[in-house]
Ligand binder design. Structure first.
Ligand code: ZN
Ligand code: ZN
Length: 219
């Protein structure tokens, strides 16, 4: 659709802070668990090759959380120009822009891109994801959600739980939710995977209420 990500709309850059916080970017949380009805659709866009069991599990989890229709959209070609050979990582804003060029959602729809590659932005050594605050687009990286990334035995249950939290958190931002002080809330800011594992996959009462309000005003 040609619209580029407005820098001030980009929020929720998740990851370890290296030197400074960029754009007031918020580090990331995950989670979900709400019963609001959403009229629009949530599109899951695999950016590159994403295993179907991951997409199917996400579709189910997100659909339950937002009480929404979720559709797995066609695969987007991974934008290789995002690759930074020095870092052996991919520049997140290039992928967000690619996503915005790839799909033109309806007024009430949300789009979640999913990548397996490890992402970064300037000033952070990595990001788990990114989202437009109160917009349509969000993106998550699965790279650091695997136990195997940390040299541990892979565990699908843990991986899927993290993936769902991450997805719900980023989608929460697209509904205008900001980070929440409640450490158990899915919208709580996480600085590391440990924070993510500590928090729940659900919205606290306050975030739930805000979400319902947002969904009503956009429907
Ligand atoms: Zn966030
Ligand atoms: Zn909350």
């Amino acid at each position: 659709m040609g619209r580029k990500v407005g820098i001030r709309n980009l929020i929720c850059i998740t990851g370890l802070l290296l030197t400074f916080i960029f754009w007031g970017a918020f580090i990331h949380g995950l989670g979900a668990g709400n019963r609001s009805k959403m009229e629009g659709k949530i599109y899951l866009v695999p950016v590159g090759n994403i295993e179907s069991w991951v997409l199917e599990a996400l579709k189910k989890g997100i659909g339950e959380t937002f009480s929404s229709k979720v559709e797995i959209y066609e695969k987007m070609k991974f934008p290789q120009r995002a690759f930074n050979a020095e870092r052996n990582q991919y520049f997140c804003p290039h992928i967000m822009n690619g996503l915005q060029d790839f799909i033109d959602p309806g007024k009430k729809d949300k789009v979640l891109g999913i990548v397996v590659e490890d992402l970064y932005i300037h000033g952070l050594n990595f990001v788990f994801g990114q989202a437009e605050l109160g917009g349509h687009f969000a993106l998550i990286s699965l790279a650091r959600l695997h136990q195997s990334f940390y040299g541990l035995a892979e565990n699908k249950i843990i991986f899927l739980e993290r993936t769902k939290k991450e997805a719900v958190h980023e989608l929460g931002h697209t509904f205008g939710l900001e980070h929440c002080p409640d450490p158990e809330c899915v919208m709580h800011f996480s600085n590391s995977l440990m924070d993510t594992d500590r928090k729940s996959a659900s919205f606290c009462a306050r975030c739930e209420e805000l979400l319902i309000k947002r969904i009503k005003t956009t429907d």
